[in-house]
Write a protein that binds this ligand. Structure first.
Ligand code: PGA
Length: 249
């Protein structure tokens, strides 16, 4: 049985007071669930989140990190800094990091390696652009994103990896991949991993879908056999919406 996960990527939203208010509401309203629930507030509020959620099963993730141990990297955050405040999960490769901050497969592969050395859990994001899908290159693009960042790993490393397929054209646009499109890609991802590693790893890795998941479409998307949950942006900023999505798993 694969681990089900619903993760909220808060992006650059919520100041301290808003963060505290949303965390309190989430902790109070979290329904009984078989899923792991994760929230990723902005860096400056991670400590607050860890403290607030001390007695909750909700986990805290960072939205990014640097690959270096420490040093002259102005404005960056290291794995040890995250671990030191109790954050053991990191989102890497989000499409906004790729497109707005120039993170490419080579850089992401370094970040993945560091996170693994530090024994962190990684939510690794990838997905094709609209152009890729229109030109029917989406499978090739996804395969190369996975290959370049993850296919150099050892088999044992996969225990720490969660995949998040996020077609760029569906992020923040209100346009969702259809449940069939999500299923088709998730099945392809498993097939690709089985070929590069083995069937057991492919079968056991949790693959989330992300891109305009909302309370009204979550159930149908999550009902697909290869979809193990979601990475939620906009809808994770409202407690009731996020809780409805958690209930949908
Ligand atoms: P969205 O964002 O749910 O607002 O589309 C998803 C994401 O960026 O992870």
């Amino acid at each position: 049985m694969r681990t089900k996960i619903v993760a909220g990527n808060w992006k650059m939203n919520k100041n301290l007071e808003e963060t505290e208010a949303l965390l309190a509401e989430l902790a109070a309203k979290l329904p009984d669930t078989r899923a792991e629930v994760v929230v990723a507030p902005t860096f400056v509020n991670l400590s607050t989140a860890v403290n607030h959620l001390e007695n909750s099963i909700i986990q805290v993730a960072a939205q990014n990190m640097h690959f270096a141990e420490d040093g002259a990297f102005t404005g960056e955050i290291s794995a040890d800094m995250l671990l030191n405040i109790g954050v053991e999960t990191v989102i890497l490769g989000h499409s906004e990091r790729r497109s707005l901050f120039g993170e490419d497969d080579e850089l992401l592969s370094k970040k993945v390696k560091t996170a693994l050395v530090k024994d962190m859990k990684i939510i690794f994001c990838f997905g094709e652009e609209l152009e890729d899908r229109k030109s029917e290159n989406h499978f090739a693009v996804v395969e190369s994103q996975l290959k370049n960042a993850l296919f150099g790993l050892n088999k044992a490393d996969w225990k720490q990896i969660v995949l998040a397929y996020e077609p760029v054209w569906a992020i923040g646009t209100g346009e969702t991949a259809s449940p069939e499109q999500a299923q088709e890609m998730h099945a392809f991802i498993r097939k690709t991993i089985a070929a590069a590693f083995d069937a057991k790893i492919a079968d056991e890795v949790t693959i989330l879908y992300g891109g305009s998941v909302k309370p009204n479409n979550a159930k149908e998307i999550f009902s697909k056999p290869d979809v193990d949950g979601g990475l939620i942006g906009g809808a994770s900023l409202k407690c009731n919406d996020f809780m409805e999505i958690v209930k949908a798993i």
